[in-house]
Every structure is written in structure tokens, then in C-alpha cells.
Design a protein around this ligand. Sequence first.
Ligand code: PRP
Ligand code: URA
Length: 209
Amino acid sequence: MSTVTITNHPLIQHKLSILRDKNTPSKDFRALVSEIAMLECYEATRDLQVQEIEIETPVAKCIAHNLEGKKLAFVPILRAGLGMVEGVLQLVPSARVGHIGLYRDPETLTPVEYYCKLPADISERDVIVLDPMLATGGSAIDAITQIKKRHPKSIKFMGIIAAPEGLAALEKAHPDVDIYCAAEDQRLNEIGYIVPGLGDAGDRIFGTK
Ligand code: PRP
Ligand code: URA
């Protein structure tokens, strides 16, 4: 069964309050999405494997640790997941980045895929899928189904705000995928928006509304 981690660190909660505020302009919104993603990524990468290496400091030789193997690939779900990429790459600059383009059909709320480009060596990498909003869960479920066809070592999902409905659907569809979010909100409204949420994440990041 998936583990769900709500990273309710005070710094994340503070930034999330500003993010939710409808008066926060796109410029600040973008910066906050990136910062929250970076802080969450610290938690989501806690179980990365390390190996011992010998190094020489200016004072003495010692055994230190570095990350083992081919490490990570981040896969943002377009568009809004793009806002999280800069922050996570600040923590893991050597990670590869794949992209999956999906949008929710406004009538049916089901995901429509329009783009998929993943790193060639994804089967040797742990994947973290990025999307700030987990609403019905349809987009995340579909993206993860596509990624699984390329057999990565493991997959995690990292969002910012999740609805209970989306968490339940994602856990049911992909019980092997651990989930990291900064908040679990109350519910979805009648048009599939998270309440209280933050509105349309893509529009707020890119200023398209
Ligand atoms: C938003 C969001 C997620 C999706 C979540 O994208 O970024 O991808 O909705 O909803 P779900 O859990 O019900 O699938 P949107 O469809 O608005 O596309 P956009 O990022 O291109 O604006
Ligand atoms: N997508 C968003 O951007 N916001 C929501 O509340 C739900 C889906």
C-alpha cells in the first residue's frame, strides 16, 4: 500500500498560505511553488541509497557518502508540474527531466494526453512525478501508467495540495507509489476544483487567466 506523507513543516505551511491567497501575483506564486517543491523534495528523497567513498579533506583521509547509481528522474505533468522543476533541480542538479503533457477535459474531468518524452535510461532511475494539484487523481494516475510502461526502478508522486478523493484514487490505482504532498484539503467541488485549494495552478503559474 502507498504511504502518504503530508510534509506540514512550518516553513512549507507558511509558504502555502501565501500560495493559496488569491491576491498573490504570478511572479510570487511561481517562486513559492518552486520553493515548496524544493522543501518537499528533501523529504521525498530521504530514502535514496548512498555508497561509501574515500576522500581526502585538507586535514585527513576519511570515508564519506555519495548517491549511488543513476539516481533520479523528475517528470513534471504539463503544465503546472513545470513550476516545481526548478526547485527540485536545485536539490538534485544531476537528475534527468522527462515531460508528460496532460490536461483535464473540462466536461468529463478525464485526462487527455498530448506529449510524452522520458529519459532514455529511465529503467535505471527512480522517478518522482511532479504536479502541484491532485484533484480527482486522473492526471497523476494516467501519467504514472504511461511511465510504468518504461519500467523505472521506482515511482513516487509529489504534489502540493491533494483532495481526499485524489489521494484515494491514486492509492487504489497505483498502490506501489508513495505520495508526498504539503496539504490534504477538504474536498472537490462540483467542477472538480480542490476546496479550498488555490484555484487553477497552471493559470496562476503562467498568468493565463
Ligand atoms: C491541473 C493540474 C493537474 C490536474 C489535476 O491541470 O495541474 O494536472 O489539473 O486534476 P486531476 O487530479 O483531476 O486530474 P490542468 O488539467 O488544468 O492542465 P494545465 O496544467 O495544462 O492547466
Ligand atoms: N487543477 C487545478 O489546477 N486546481 C484544482 O483545484 C483542481 C485541478
